[in-house]
Design a protein around this ligand. Structure first.
Ligand code: SAH
Length: 347
C-alpha cells in the first residue's frame, strides 16, 4: 500500500525521510513542495534523483482533477467540482471579498446529517475526506485561479464535526508556517450542532471562528428541518455555545437560512435573542437557496426579522449572495453531476 504523503504532518514526513537516511531538513523541503501544489516527485528539483525514485515507490501525491468549473460573470466567484482519486466528486467555492479571497471547502463526500433544505445530504454520506483532500481544495483552487487564498471556511459539503480528527489535522497543516500559513483567525468552521464536537473544540481553545447552523430556536421547528436536533436538542446546543464562549472568548456566528413560514416568525427572533443573551452572538441571515428537491421556499421577511433581532440588541447581518448566476450553493453542482450520471455521485 502506498502512503498518502500530503496527509502527513511535517514531523511524520521528517521521520519517514529519516528512515531513508535523509537529514531533517528534507522533510521540510518535501512539505513545502507539496503545499505549493507540486503534483509529482519529479518537480522536487532540490532532491537527488535516486531519492525521488525511492519516494515514488512508497508514497503517492493526491492530485484532484477539475471535473467542472463555473465562473460567475457577476462577481468572479469560482465554483469547482473536483474529481478525487477514487472517482468521487466534491465541491469548493472561491469567493473574492474585500478582506481577501476565501475558499469554502468540503469535509466529506456527501453528508449524513439530513437537513431538509440542504442539497448536500440528499444522497447521504459516501465517505470522509482525508486531510490531504481537504488541503488539496485550498492548494489547487489557489493554483488554478492564480488568486492567493487568505481565508478558509469549512462550510462546503459534509459535517466537519463528523470527521473531526481529520479536520483538526487539516487545521494544523494549513496553519503551518512552512505550508500555506493561514492563521486560525482566518478560518471558520461550521457545524449543524454536534455538541461533543463543539465541546472538543472548546477544550482546544483554537482562535478560529465557530459557526453554528441554527435555522430555528425552538425544538419543534428545528427537529422538523434538522434531524440532528433530535440527538442534540437546541437548548443543550445553546448551553454548549455559552460554554464555548466562556472558555475561548470567541464570538459565535449563528447561521440562519430564512424559510418562508417555517422559521421567519417574529416570536422566533425573540426566542433567538433570549437564548443568545449573555454572550456576544452574531446572527447571519441567509436567503434560502432554492433547492429543486426541497419543498421549502425563501422567506420574504428577512429585513423584518433582522430588525426584530436588532431591537433586542443582537447583531444580525444578511449574507451577501455571491455567484448568483452559477450553482454556487454547495451540494448543487455535485447533485447535478450525479443526476447526469444516474446518481452514483461519480462522474
Ligand atoms: N454541516 C455543516 C457545514 C455545512 S455549511 C453545517 O451544517 O453547518 C453550509 C451552510 O449552508 C449551513 O449553515 C447550512 O445549513 C446552509 N444551507 C444548506 N442548504 C441551504 C440552502 N438551501 N439555503 C441556504 N443555506 C443552506
Amino acid at each position: 500500500m502506498m502512503t498518502d504523503i500530503k496527509s502527513m504532518t511535517l514531523e511524520e514526513m521528517t521521520a519517514a525521510l529519516a528512515t531513508l537516511g535523509q537529514p531533517a531538513f528534507r522533510g521540510k523541503q518535501v512539505f513545502t513542495w507539496l503545499h505549493r501544489g507540486c503534483i509529482s516527485f519529479d518537480e522536487m528539483t532540490n532532491l537527488a534523483k535516486p531519492l525521488r525514485e525511492k519516494l515514488k515507490t512508497e508514497f503517492f501525491i493526491s492530485v484532484p482533477q477539475v471535473a467542472m468549473k463555473q465562473v460567475s460573470k457577476l462577481d468572479g466567484t469560482v465554483k469547482y467540482l473536483w474529481e478525487l482519486g477514487d472517482g468521487n466528486c466534491i465541491e469548493s467555492v472561491l469567493m473574492q471579498y474585500h478582506h481577501g479571497n476565501t475558499i469554502c471547502i468540503s469535509s466529506q463526500v456527501g453528508c449524513r446529517m439530513g437537513c431538509a433544505f440542504c442539497a448536500s445530504t440528499i444522497a447521504g454520506k459516501v465517505r470522509d475526506l482525508t486531510t490531504g483532500e481537504m488541503l488539496d481544495q485550498v492548494i489547487f483552487s489557489q493554483k488554478d485561479s492564480g488568486l492567493e487564498i487568505s481565508n478558509i471556511v469549512l462550510m462546503g459539503i459534509g459535517e466537519p464535526m463528523d470527521n473531526l480528527d481529520t479536520v483538526l489535522q487539516f487545521l494544523g497543516l494549513v496553519n503551518h508556517p512552512d505550508g500555506l500559513n493561514i492563521g486560525m483567525r482566518h478560518i471558520s468552521l461550521s457545524t449543524c450542532g454536534v455538541i461533543p464536537g463543539i465541546e472538543r473544540l472548546s477544550e482546544l481553545e483554537l482562535q478560529l471562528t465557530l459557526s453554528v447552523s441554527l435555522h430555528a430556536p425552538d425544538s419543534e421547528t428545528r427537529s422538523k428541518i434538522m434531524p440532528v436536533n433530535r440527538a442534540y436538542d437546541v437548548d443543550k446546543l445553546f448551553k454548549a455555545c455559552h460554554r464555548y464562549f466562556e472558555k475561548t472568548g470567541r464570538r459565535i456566528s449563528f447561521e440562519y437560512a430564512m424559510i418562508d413560514g417555517v422559521n421567519d416568525h417574529d416570536w422566533q427572533a425573540d426566542l433567538i435573542a433570549e437564548k443568545i443573551r449573555g454572550m456576544p452572538g452574531h446572527v447571519n441571515l441567509i436567503p434560502l437557496n432554492d433547492v429543486v428537491e426541497s419543498p421549502f421556499k425563501p422567506s420574504k421577511r428577512i429585513a423584518a426579522f433582522q430588525k426584530r433581532l436588532e431591537s433586542h440588541g443582537i447583531t444580525a447581518t444578511v449574507r451577501r449572495s455571491l455567484g448568483g448566476d452559477i450553482d454556487a450553493s454547495c451540494g448543487q453542482l455535485r447533485r447535478k453531476a450525479m443526476e447526469n450520471e444516474k446518481g452514483d455521485g461519480q462522474l
